[in-house]
Design a protein around this ligand. Structure first.
Ligand code: NAD
Ligand code: LMR
Length: 309
């Protein structure tokens, strides 16, 4: 039997995630949204692309949770997105309420699922979802690092004029302007990028990566990015469903790793059939450690304003 993946929120990120996932043909997909007709319409539209694109999965849209019963993975994209002039933290109060309600339904209908939180501010809301669900930390995670590092990789490849396939890069920390793109751990064809790109250009690329979400918001004006976010979520879902044990950046619970306790933030993890199997600790310079600590504090501040179970 095929696996089932539920995506809560059939807006830009939810629908695009469904699209990228359907193309991979890995699982049946259930799209859930509160707006009547939208998840149903988008699911049917995507289903009708199947004969042309050649995928065999079933896609269903619904306003309830009955169809989500027994899902292996649940992706939460429900909530509001920011517009120009807003920070991700401005979304906290509204989206925390939505996440609480969504987690109540997930607990009831998909009690064995792995949950990937996408709604912003994502580090804070991943922690909140973990508390609302009350599950093991390895089953609750957030998506941001795959997106932040795919942006970093894109900018590095464009700078070098080479294929993105040969560029690997790592971004550590919270999904905000304080994130820590790790130049020292970024390579092009196995060569450290520091050996290929002058420092001022690298600094500019790091800054562009940090503000990558905002750059798209300023261009779109009505909302935020969704193609690269959807593709990044699909990569994480695939890692879980196929037990790939990928080494990816994800928002995971820290219980002493990197010197931090009781917080969800972006770190390298091994992601596979048992969810976040392990946080992979890497050696950091004092400056990198300090930058990471600042990023963790930027997550802790808004987290402390929430009342959680
Ligand atoms: N983690 C990341 O890297 C990342 C990347 C992109 C976007 N995001 C975040 O993802 C969220 C969604 O972005 P978007 O562009 O898809 O927004 P969107 O407005 O296009 O879609 C959000 C959808 O959520 C639905 N919704 C609201 N309340 C709901 C509920 N209780 N149950 C089910 N559905 C509900 C809305 O009806 C809407 O269709 C935002 O918070 C955005 O900031 C995060
Ligand atoms: O920037 C946003 O508000 C959306 C998302 O977090 C992104 O990085 O694209």
């Amino acid at each position: 039997m095929r696996a089932k993946v539920t995506i809560v929120g059939a807006g830009n990120v939810g629908a695009t995630t469904a699209h990228w996932l359907a193309m991979r043909g890995l699982a049946d997909i259930v799209l859930v949204d509160v707006v009547e007709g939208v998840p149903q319409g988008k699911a049917l539209d995507l289903q009708e692309a199947a004969p042309v694109m050649g995928f065999d999965v079933r896609i269903v849209g619904t306003n309830g949770y009955e169809e989500t019963r027994g899902s292996q993975v649940v992706v939460i994209t429900a909530g509001i997105a920011r517009k120009p002039g807003m920070s991700r933290d401005d979304l906290l109060k509204t989206n925390a309420g939505i996440i609480e309600q969504v987690c109540r339904e997930i607990k009831r209908y998909a009690p064995d699922a792995y949950v990937i939180v996408v709604s912003n501010p994502v580090d804070v809301l991943t922690y909140a979802a973990w508390r609302y669900l009350g599950w093991e930390t390895r089953r609750v995670m957030g998506m941001a690092g795959v997106l932040d590092s795919t942006r970093f990789r894109t900018f590095l490849a464009l700078e070098l004029g080479i294929s993105v396939k040969d560029v690997s890069a790592f971004v550590l920390g919270g999904h905000g302007d304080q994130m820590v793109p790790l130049v020292r751990y970024s390579y092009a064809g196995g060569i450290p990028v520091e050996k290929l790109i002058p420092k001022e250009r690298l600094d500019a690329i790091v800054e562009r990566t940090r503000k990558g979400g905002g750059e798209i918001v300023e261009l779109l004006k009505t909302g935020s990015a969704y193609y690269a976010p959807g593709a990044s979520v699909a990569e994480m879902v695939e890692a879980i469903l196929l037990d790939q044990r990928r080494l990816l950046p994800a928002i995971a619970y820290l219980d002493g790793e990197f010197g931090h306790h009781g917080i969800y933030v972006g770190v390298p993890v091994i992601l596979g059939g048992r969810g976040v199997e392990r946080v992979v600790e890497i050696e950091l310079t004092p400056e990198e450690r300090e930058a990471f600590a600042r990023s963790v504090e930027a997550v802790r501040g808004p987290l402390e304003t929430l009342t959680l179970p």
